[in-house]
Design a protein around this ligand. Sequence first.
Ligand code: B12
Ligand code: SF4
Length: 456
Amino acid sequence: MSKVFLLSTNYTTEPYPVYPLGMAIIAGALEAGGHTTRQCDFLVSGKSCAAVAAAVNEFQPDVISLSLRNIDNADSFTQESSWYLAQALELVKLLRSCSKAPIIVGGSAFTIMPEEILGYLGCDYGVSGEGEGLICSLVERLAAGQKVARLSHGDAAPLTGGAIGSPLYLKELVDFYLGESGQINLQTKRGCPHRCVYCTYPGIEGNRFRPLEAERAVDEIAAAQRDFGVNSFFFVDSIFNDEQGHYLQFARELERRNLGISWTGFFRPKGLGREELQLLKRSGLTALELGTDAASDTTLAGLKKDFTIADVLAVNAACVAEKLPAAHYIMFGGPDETEQTVREGLRNIEQIEASVVFAFSGLRILSGTELHTRAIADGVIPADQKLLMPAYYFSPAVDPQQMNGLILKTFRQRREWIFPPEEGQKRLVVMRRFGFRGLLWDQLVSFEKGQRRQQR
Ligand code: B12
Ligand code: SF4
């Protein structure tokens, strides 16, 4: 049996620190396979290279597992200051300086550009896609001196149901993230069958929904509550409200078990009515993050979203009627954006009552997406441009500066409309300083008439 040192390289606290769930699942699979693990979180270690080195030296691993969550922060305004791979490379060098153990890298960021990242970091092995089905055999083959492919694909045979791993949470980490963010993350299903042009999620998790059995998912919540006192969760499913209705089954089970937890997640703004929201609310839903993505029917179609602004407004109205805070994430400058669609989009946003809107300018172009092909066809980037360093799609029919000016002018009107993204980040930092925890944006929502249009 091998000793595996696991390192989560993520250190960003935008929009808040998030528990390294990928690392926890890999650790869970290794321990279940009889291996000994030591999990190390770079952020929790105070971003201290000395602390990481000391932990490696003490543990003397046979293998090192590196979890890479983010490449950058996907924000066109702060792209220069928020590229996370340079720090990951420093960590790889550090690991090399204190251990001869082979390094295997995986994670959501890694899966987006496996060859490029493997080349950049110079790790010995890489695994794209889900890792818990492969990690034990990889470690065992290495221990036996057998040949291992430099790059494996964990998503070759997507795991379903019981084969999907459970996280091995650590108290020290749970305490840190509860203290910082007031919540812990869990997944109730993987995958997404939609094909929005910019999105990497189906590439990372596969293009069909693979739910955990409702009972098992709730067992995991109950265990986190019992063992670590966690009462607030973020479900990290690509989208929570799948058309097949697994999410309703899960919510019914959560309601039946009456654990008294609160939770939130990502939702698609279509087909969510008051009845569904009432059930979700009874199960503990306290707020919704909505993947609205664009602000006009033209640009929604340009992203291949299969809903319209009318659907968005209907879902928003249901949230308001149920007094559930909602946040819409909207990107301007995507395919088919023109000055006219920007103006139309801003008018549409004015119809979104009593909810937060986060606006973004430009779309990060990532490998394997239709947006990448479109960006080349539209002459936004050359065909041979590498995408490890951030590149953003701006529709050739808009002038980004003018577009940003228009958004800014409209968004100044309300405190719950946030643009540019760093503006939101600044506010979150202040709120945390005042002791607020959790999503924080939900504090900006008021359902009282008259306060809705509160000026900044
Ligand atoms: C949910 C989510 C969020 C939520 C998180 C809420 C919470 N409390 O956790 C919120 C909205 C807060 C968020 C924020 C951000 N996110 Co986000 N997020 C996601 C999402 C949808 C799921 C992440 C997740 O938890 N997955 C579940 C875990 C279990 O999976 P996993 O970590 O990938 O691990 C599996 C495999 O990767 C693998 N694996 C992991 N480690 C290892 C190691 C080895 C050795 C092996 C073999 C395998 C392996 O096995 C694991 C189990 O199968 C992903 C997209 C996606 N579908 O993956 C984006 C994603 C990770 N986010 C992304 C980004 C950019 C961000 C932000 C920087 C955006 C911003 N500016 O705010 C922040 C950073 C947050 C932070 N502090 O790190 C990007 C990263 C790519 C990039 N461009 O860099 C992604 C990929 C989405 C995208 N745009 O493509 N995010
Ligand atoms: S944007 Fe949402 S709905 Fe579209 S493919 Fe990505 S996860 Fe699926």
